[in-house]
Design a protein around this ligand. Structure first.
Ligand code: ADP
Ligand code: MG
Length: 254
């Protein structure tokens, strides 16, 4: 028999993780590409899912977002089941923000209207929030500009402001900085991180670049062939890789 926890037990256990995946599996054409992935991310925490191309990172993120569905396992958001065998909450009802490398701005909308896109009432009803976000990404002066008037890095910062505007509890980011040129990348990574921390968002950041994970993660989950082979604090993973392949993967950090 399952007994509900007492109030005291609930308090001791603390709040539920914002995002929890347990035992996630996914096959395409008879080949299993995600093979039992479990992870958990709390408020204000950045977890980097790090691994080589093709290891199943994006598939895992898409399942967390609800744009794909697992064959087995469970997705929970804030302690509530979002996807299991019996339950499926669609992406637009998950309170998750999404950012991808090629998640372009809407070219026919001005910067402020892009930021307002996910907000009820549009730019007219959300002036304060739009102003606050544009200021925090350093782009107030572009409020009334068109996307094509901005550089790639500036556009990516607008995309970040747009993703954060509805105050999602969880942000899912798939290689969001890969399209940026090296010169800009570090600055934008740092800005993004400080904004996410200020907002207290739980972040799942997918990347194949060890230096990005080292720079941004509170915790790294190292993925290979559909499985998480090691997880822990960046320093621990870097200094005590689980095997030679993990060591080799980190060896080209400069
Ligand atoms: P990563 O993001 O780590 O590069 P992916 O999750 O995109 O890896 O892909 C993992 C594997 O699953 C790859 O071999 C890829 O070709 C395959 N795959 C991903 N999505 C599909 C799909 N919709 N149909 C068929 N195969 C897919
Ligand atoms: Mg990918």
């Amino acid at each position: 028999m399952k007994v509900a926890p007492t109030e005291d037990e609930t308090r001791r256990a603390g709040p539920s993780p914002r995002l929890e995946l347990s035992g996630i599996r996914r096959s395409f054409d008879g080949r299993e590409v995600v093979r039992g992935v479990s992870l958990s991310i709390s408020t204000g925490e950045v977890l980097c899912l790090l691994g080589p191309s093709g290891c199943g990172k994006s598939t895992t993120l898409r399942i967390a977002a609800g744009v794909d569905r697992q064959d087995a396992g469970e997705v929970r958001l804030g302690g509530q089941v979002a996807a299991s065998g019996a339950t499926f909450v669609p992406p637009e009802r998950r309170s998750v923000g999404l950012m991808f490398q090629d998640f372009a701005l809407f070219p026919h909308l001005k910067v402020a209207d892009n930021v307002a896109f996910g907000l009820k009432g549009g730019a007219a009803a959300n002036g304060a929030r739009i102003g606050e976000l544009l200021e925090r990404v350093g782009l107030s002066r572009f409020h009334d500009s068109w996307p094509h008037e901005l550089s790639g890095g500036e556009q990516q910062r607008v995309a970040l402001a747009r993703a954060l505007a509805p105050r999602p509890r969880v942000m899912l980011m798939d290689e969001p900085f890969s399209g940026l040129d090296n010169r800009l990348r570090d600055g934008i990574r740092d800005e993004t991180l400080s904004l996410l921390k200020e907002e207290g968002t739980a972040v799942l950041l997918v990347t194949h670049e060890p230096d990005e994970a080292m720079r941004m993660a509170d915790e790294i989950a190292l993925m290979r062939d559909g499985r998480i082979v090691q997880s822990g604090a960046p320093y621990n993973i870097y200094t005590a890789p689980v095997d030679r392949a993990a060591a080799a993967f980190f060896s080209d950090i400069n």
